[in-house]
Design a protein around this ligand. Sequence first.
Ligand code: ADP
Length: 288
Amino acid sequence: DSLREASRNQATGLKGVKHVILCASCKGGVGKSTTAVNLAYSMHKRGFKTGILDVDIYGPSLPTMVKPERPFDPRRDIVGNEIMPVNGFGVKLMSMGFINPVDSFVMRGSRVTPLVQQLVSTTAWGELDYLIIDMPPGTGDIQLTLSQMETLRIDAAVIVTTPQRLSFVDVVKGIEMFDKVGIPSVAVVENMAFFQNDGMQDNIQAFANKYSLPQEAVSELEEILKAKQFLFGQGHKQRLLDMWGIQNSISIPLFPDLAKQSDSGMPYVLAFPDTDVSRAYSALAESV
Ligand code: ADP
């Protein structure tokens, strides 16, 4: 085991990192970054030293989703060849968006891969139990390069998808790519899986009062209105799990509070620890 440990994560900054988990999706906008952030903070809440590396160079969302204690300061945070991660609510963070908030959005493809490699090798993480890497969407050059970097030993991938039928083929492509380079996909997150309108209590009560409805009718009405609506059908999660023998999965609803929280700079699982959604992320953290 110690031999294996010794051969892992040899890039200087990764020396103290025990496990590396990729958070990947095959399309943009499915909630990959939301998953990466809430997974990382759920791990942190379980007592693990955790970091998030956002290598989604074209659309780095970490700086929006987590507001660091203090902004990245190149004069202070670039030391020799190393980049120091910033700290946000106890989790170490690095993203091109911290280093260069403007330039990162316009860049030729040929410049992106070396930049990602550099970001991976030169960030000085210190001691970490888990480093979560928020990947760019897709199954292209960057994904392959990262998966095969000699100095980076990746333990597992978490695949984020939405239930629309179209994305099924892409998800399979992603799992196959990781499989070829020996990275097991250990969990599937079905994001925006359903919608549940559970913020109607006050309206229902007012309605019931107006028409003098009995309490029984109020409860029944609440149940009807709170039923899960599978806007995109029941999805393909089970098929994916069966095909690949993936043991773990969670479903996250289409949930306005989650989006609102992502824009606020404080991760949802920290702001609302006792909701079904936070419990689902916690189950994901336990399973990977
Ligand atoms: P990706 O990393 O795949 O591009 P993001 O995590 O950035 O996706 O999510 C895209 C947008 O959708 C963001 O505005 C985010 O807040 C929102 N979002 C993600 N998941 C959900 C959800 N379950 N319910 C509502 N909004 C969501």
